[in-house]
Design a protein around this ligand. Sequence first.
Ligand code: F6R
Length: 614
Amino acid sequence: MCGIVGYLGTRRAYPVLIKGLKRLEYRGYDSAGVALITDRGDLQVYKTKGKVADLEAYASDKDVTGCVGIAHTRWATHGEPNSTNAHPHYSESNNLALIHNGIIENYITLKKQLEEHGVKFRSTTDTEVLVQLIEYMQKSQNVDLLTAVRLSLQRVIGAYAIAILDKSNPGQIIAARKSSPLVVGIGEDEFFLGSDASPIIEYTDKVIYLNDGDIAVIRRNEELEIVDFNNIPLEHEIKTVDLKLGQIEKGGFPHFMLKEIFEQPECLKDCMRGRINVDQTHVKLSAIIDYKDRLLAARRFIIVACGTSWHAGLIGKQLIESICGIPVEVEYASEFRYSNPVITNEDVVIAISQSGETADTLAAIQLAKQKGAFIYGICNAVGSSIARATDTGSYIHVGPEIGVASTKAFTGQVTVLTMLALALAKEKKVISSNQYSMMVNELNAIPDKMEEVLKANDHIRDISRIFTYAHNFLYLGRGFNYPVALEGALKLKEISYIHAEGYPAAEMKHGPIALIDDEMPVVVIATQNVLYDKLMSNIQEIKARRGRVIAIVTEGDTSVKALADEYIELPRTLECLEPLLATIPLQMLAYHIAICKGKDVDQPRNLAKSVTVE
Ligand code: F6R
């Protein structure tokens, strides 16, 4: 959840670190800090509550010289977001400075033990316990920093990615990871550290993704060394990152979220490229080719995911069940991991995660693996922990998603799930060639239809101005569009802070209808599919109670339009593909309402992009 950057080389470290923090700010943004070994040999820590821009302002009159440093942008877990709790944390003597992403679960016990030895603490964080423990080890055992780090980490229970500087050894950074991502960038006479590759790619495309239990020792003028907790040297593979700078910049849009909404047609083309061949009417997913027998033998699929990815999973369930006839369960990863689920080696677990780092999803995978299930991952972040923990999988290839509210990852996930369902159905021979080619062709046409939907942006901005007053919203949909209603409500609440609930439309009369009055906007996905008449009745029920309806309709519709207060048209498509179109106006509606309310859409309060803690 927090962002980590490090630099050791021949450039000035401070500008590299600040730029890197800005690229990682999506991971957390309640406080930020930097530690530098300055030209005078001092170990200086500057940190402040607020964003990276606040840190820059704070450090503007300070000594920011030096060619080695570490920096951090925080999403608070232990201790409120203030300057004292911000990272880096000094050790008691101020000789060490440490940054940390994750949670030290046994920090209270460790803190008590250290206090008994007279160590004084300045903050209320779990992180400070770690730096104090390392210094205590260094002094009490009379060992070097690497040994002290190893001994300390052996006593720590929890999740971490850390980086540490030592004033007495200015040519060195030590970094380690367990359950929190950390990447080392290798340049010419220089090294970089990042929670992901985005702060690194401007300087080098050569990276090493650290594994759990790795300790990286970065030393000036030396080869990178990676050891385990017992100091055994480990092999490491240098990978080339295929990420362009333009992909992580706003490209003329005011916000990443709007850029990512508008990128969706291109993203879906990238997602389908090489996988869909319309001429031969063919869907090809290498994971299905490689693991055909294992997947076809599945007794059932269990989808595990969180948040938006879980909503994509709900659509995946309907796709796989309706096209392949294989039973599918969809579980919140956080519930699944503690529910003692009945899983056998005949089950296939599909783990969906944009970041590939979500702690609950990772834990759900580990549990399912122990119980013998085969794991199929659907991730966006290449080389992420989840991608590496799965037996096979398919990347969604939509490029980095930086806005905290997930948009293009959702449509990418649904697209991969659609291709998965089609490829499985074909292999199982349970789909007619007519239905198969119709679906493949229509899926292939979705990016162009998305372009049509995006033209409604100005219209949706006008609608959003009317509804900015609202304190509550209801989103209704049925069938394939029920998860779209959930997703629309989630988007609105996370960036505008308006309370919103998604419901299957027919459930409205079992309770939520009591909420409807002339102040209540209800977004209804009422496209012309088999449930159209039912949705018409729901809209009439809302209007009878003077509720205000924003309807998502199929182009050419007249009946719903006549009833609704506002409407947004979608091109016609197959019912099972409607979510790919219907979700876009809901993303835009949430975006514009949040903008009208003056909210920070890319970095909404209390949230972070990648939830690497439980
Ligand atoms: C909502 C959102 C979150 C994530 C959830 C899972 O806009 O972004 O609900 O979908 O935290 O994250 P991933 O997909 O990275 O596992």
